[in-house]
Ligand binder design. Structure first.
Ligand SMILES: [Zn+2]
Length: 262
């Protein structure tokens, strides 16, 4: 796979006149949404932003759509047991993300993709946001949790039994997009305790709906490193496959939007 190219419409690096010209060619905005939170002893706090941003850069390069500066702060109360983690209230987060998207609509954006690297946790908020954007503000808005767009490849390539937080999937993906930020020697497998919470296997693709609802305040009881699962199972090759799958799926959506008007 090629790296993100330089001819990407990165809004933060453009003048308003450049945006005015670009909006004549595309009406689609990619907004990476993440969180600044602990990711174990082997990865930095920005993982949930670095992942969707890297994928959005590649999608923007392939499609010519606009790339917004990311949402760096998310809903992460369950990670504040380790320093460096930030969290905002659910309502604050929803309003902030919604307002960012609505303001883009003011200058011509018609389609917004919220590409979410802090998946599972802030999915409910972003589902509400896309509904509001669609029904109240005339935007075509989509919530794109990364875990959904790389699911097939993740299921096919995984080697660890549990991959929940800062584990196989996230570590593989980071090895592919920002290897200098991963210290695999500091990675350690942490299994969920057998008696932690019933009805869950703490896996990104497992039966977590009930378990997750019970678990946010309990991460400190589940892991001493901050990871949950086995990050040592991560490989750069699998990370590349995850990125390619995610990019391909998001490109499909962007292309479909370009073919139809809002
Ligand atoms: Zn994460």
């Amino acid at each position: 796979m090629t790296d993100a190219t330089d001819d990407v419409y990165r809004l933060a690096e453009m003048t308003w006149e450049e945006v005015e010209a670009a909006i004549e060619t595309t009406r689609t905005l990619l907004l990476p949404v993440g969180s600044t939170e602990q990711h174990g002893t082997h990865m930095p706090l920005g993982v949930d932003v670095f992942m969707p941003e890297a994928i959005c850069e590649r999608v923007a390069a392939a499609t010519g759509c606009l790339l917004a500066p990311p949402i760096w702060y998310g809903v992460s109360p369950h990670h504040t047991f380790k320093p460096g983690t930030f969290t905002v209230e659910s309502e604050t987060f929803q309003r902030y993300v919604r307002d960012v998207c609505v303001s883009a609509g003011e200058w011509g954006v018609e389609n917004v993709l919220l590409v979410n690297g802090h998946y599972l946790v802030q999915d409910p908020e972003l589902e509400v946001v896309v509904r509001e954007l669609t029904t109240d503000h005339g935007l075509r808005a989509f919530h794109v949790p990364l875990v959904s767009v790389f699911e097939d490849v993740a299921t096919a390539t995984r080697t660890s039994e549990v991959s929940f937080h800062a584990a196989e999937f996230e570590t593989s993906l980071m090895l592919a997009v920002a290897p200098d930020l991963v210290d695999l020697e500091a990675a350690e497998a942490v299994d969920p305790p057998d008696d932690a919470v019933p009805l869950t296997d703490y896996d990104a693709y497992g039966d977590n709906r009930v378990g997750w609802a019970l678990s946010p305040g309990r991460m400190d009881a589940l892991t001493h490193t901050g990871s949950l699962g086995d990050p040592t199972a991560a490989t750069e090759a699998n990370g590349r496959a995850l990125v390619e799958a995610a990019v391909e799926n998001v490109v499909t959506l962007v292309d479909a939007l370009a073919d139809t008007r809002a």
